[in-house]
Design a protein around this ligand. Structure first.
Ligand SMILES: [Ca+2]
Length: 329
């Protein structure tokens, strides 16, 4: 979920208008859409009727539309209309395929990596804004902590690391991002095609207009940066207004706690302890500018990694949580 460096480029306040819509179709994920063959012009005239724009000649998009019609009973003309207006985003392609580094290899690849990562998130601004976010949302955070059994400082810290407490939620149209990633990139195309499928289902279930939600270039949404599949399965309507809205602070707080709970968080249990040396399978090594740090990590550390599978990410969340908790006292 995390593409924080990029997300920091964006600051946008978003209000979404929601209407109710009930549907709970099954998800089918094993359909190959990734045929990059372009339909010949003479075939296009006949078969691609109704699909215009950037993706008019994309067989992969046509196959995807057919799948959504057959599996989820979407209207073909509705989807043709949507994909006719979809925009291929060149910067999304570039971010998904960063240029390879061809310079000299560093003496130790881990040297300083944790120091640099930590400096992005364990800042005075993050700690102070975390304390303020906690105070401004004290009731919701307390309720979420009790309801789901998740230590409150970790709910706050996740939102801090993901979006700087909602300030950097991204401004890329999710539909364009996921369409680009599914059909114009290769590396994680299957993953993003499934997320696009979930996104269209989500918009139908929740009553979103598909071009309205915005988020990260990788399709993550709201204060906690949920991907569409996580939105559908783990987002909760925590302010009881009848809608799941992850751009709303209260719903985002409840949803992050629910995510942690469902992934096995153990309330009031340790996350990580620093040790002097490597000591077996539950020890991690983080490279600093002054050598390595060693930490013994506990099951809750792995729960944080379910959010983003990186030791540095999980350690940043842990240390920010502790720093915010300390300052709040
Ligand atoms: Ca709500």
């Amino acid at each position: 979920m995390n593409n924080t460096g990029y997300k920091r480029l964006f600051k946008l306040a978003l209000t979404l208008t929601l209407t109710g819509c009930a549907n709970n179709p099954a998800i089918k994920t094993d359909v190959p859409y990734h045929n990059t063959v372009t339909i010949p012009a003479h075939v296009t005239e006949h078969q691609a009727q109704g699909l215009t724009g950037t993706y008019a000649n994309s067989l992969a998009v046509r196959n995807f539309i057919r799948h959504m019609v057959l599996e989820h009973s979407f209207s073909e003309s509705y989807l043709n209309n949507l994909f006719s207006k979809a925009q291929r985003l060149d910067y999304v392609v570039r971010l998904e395929n960063p240029p390879q580094y061809h310079g000299p290899k560093p003496a130790h690849p881990k040297t300083g990596g944790w120091t640099r990562y930590r400096q992005q998130f364990i800042t005075e601004a993050h700690i102070n804004n975390g304390v303020a976010f906690w105070s401004n949302n004290a009731d919701s955070i307390q309720k979420a902590s009790v309801t789901y059994g998740v230590d409150p400082e970790y709910i706050v810290a996740i939102i801090g690391v993901e979006t700087f407490f909602g300030r950097n939620i991204g401004k890329t149209r999710i539909f364009d991002a996921l369409t680009t990633l599914a059909f114009d990139t290769q590396r994680r195309a299957k993953f993003f095609t499934t997320e696009l499928e979930n996104y269209l289902l989500m918009t139908r279930e929740e009553g979103y207009e598909p071009f309205q939600p915005v988020g990260s270039w990788a399709g993550a949404m709201g204060l906690g940066q949920f991907m569409p599949s996580s939105f559908r399965t783990l987002a909760v309507d925590f302010n009881n207004d009848g809608h799941r809205n992850l751009w709303d602070q209260c719903d985002a707080i409840g949803s992050v706690a629910h995510y942690f709970s469902r992934n096995g968080w153990q309330n009031n249990m340790p996350v990580a302890d620093q040790t002097k040396s490597y000591n077996g399978g539950s020890t991690i090594e983080l490279g600093t500018t002054n050598g390595s740090e060693y930490w013994r990590v506990h099951p809750n550390f792995k729960v944080i990694k379910k959010y983003n599978n990186s030791d540095k990410y999980a350690m940043a969340v842990h240390q920010l949580a502790q720093a915010i908790k300390q300052r709040r006292l």
